[in-house]
Design a protein around this ligand. Structure first.
Ligand code: COA
Length: 254
């Protein structure tokens, strides 16, 4: 479905790798569709007990592809975006989600971690959600769960002031469990997944459901954010920000 999403499974653990390093693993429509379908495959396969998201060395993901944002902004089309399928699945995920982050985690690269059950990162990783700077608003339910993780002030700094957050600050904010050396990130994420996969599955599923709680409020907030996000995509502020980013690339090339 997308050459940039690699999916494999071994020993009860599904690995989903975002693999578009030339573009800092920026996520396109097709990539979201592939991510959603990988999670559907995991949910439909009893042998898979947990899924692990990985990026490439130095980059988890630079978030949504800005060229895709610009295309939506210019066309004014408001068709259901594949990102919504992906967000619905990570918000309501019936099986544990783990992430291993090395380097850049921008936009959805940060907010998706708030839906994971366990996250490891390298010490030099950076978490950054420049939504407002792009004329946009927070997404993925982050305006609701961000403050739950880290309180209003830190969530405002991350999600509204768009201040980059260090890896240690992400641990302190509660959405990263542990920091490990960059070359150990994948092994640590897979180890955690294997530990989870080896637990009695029914008991684990019940414990997880209790811990995560009823997620319908998160789903509802994600949809509310999405409506506002879609409106903002067509705003002059957003168009100007996308054009500035795309022009930067063209200047570099010429
Ligand atoms: N969408 C589309 N392309 C992206 C991208 C994105 N989100 N992030 C990076 N790229 C592309 C760049 O256009 C560039 O492509 P090119 O080589 O064809 O010109 C390539 O990836 C490398 O990026 P570059 O900007 O040259 O690398 P850098 O190390 O100087 O900066 C980032 C890396 C991630 C800090 C910078 O690319 C960036 O700010 N990206 C946008 C992040 C963002 O705002 N995402 C949306 C969140 S809602």
């Amino acid at each position: 479905m997308s050459e940039f999403i690699d999916v494999s499974a071994e020993g009860g653990v599904q690995t989903i790798r975002i693999n578009r390093p030339d573009k800092k693993n920026a996520l396109t429509h097709d990539m979201y569709a592939a991510l959603a379908s990988a999670l559907d495959a995991a949910n439909g396969d009893e042998a898979i007990r947990a899924s692990v998201f990985l990026g490439t060395p130095g980059t988890f993901t630079a978030g949504n592809d800005i060229g895709d944002f610009l295309a939506v902004a210019m066309s004014g089309k408001r068709d259901k975006m594949a990102v919504v399928d992906f967000l619905e699945r990570i918000i309501m995920a019936p099986k544990p989600l783990i992430a291993g982050v090395d380097g850049l985690a921008i936009g959805l690269g940060t907010t998706m971690l708030m839906h994971c059950d366990h996250v490891v990162a390298s010490p030099d990783s950076t978490f950054h959600t420049p939504f407002v700077d792009l004329g946009l608003v927070p997404e993925a339910g982050s305006s609701l769960i961000g403050p739950r993780f880290m309180g209003h002030h830190r969530a405002f700094e991350l999600l509204a002031m768009a201040e980059p957050m260090s890896a240690q600050a992400a641990v302190d904010a509660g959405f990263v469990n542990a920091l490990v050396d960059a070359d150990q990130v994948e092994a640590a994420a897979l180890d955690a997944a294997r530990t989870i996969a080896a637990k009695p599955p029914e008991a684990l599923a019940i414990a997880r459901r209790l811990i995560r709680g009823d997620r319908s409020d998160v789903l509802e907030r994600m949809r509310e954010e999405l409506e506002l996000f879609s409106q903002r995509l067509a705003s002059d502020e957003a168009r100007a920000a996308f054009m500035a980013f795309m022009n930067k690339g063209q200047k570099k090339a010429s």
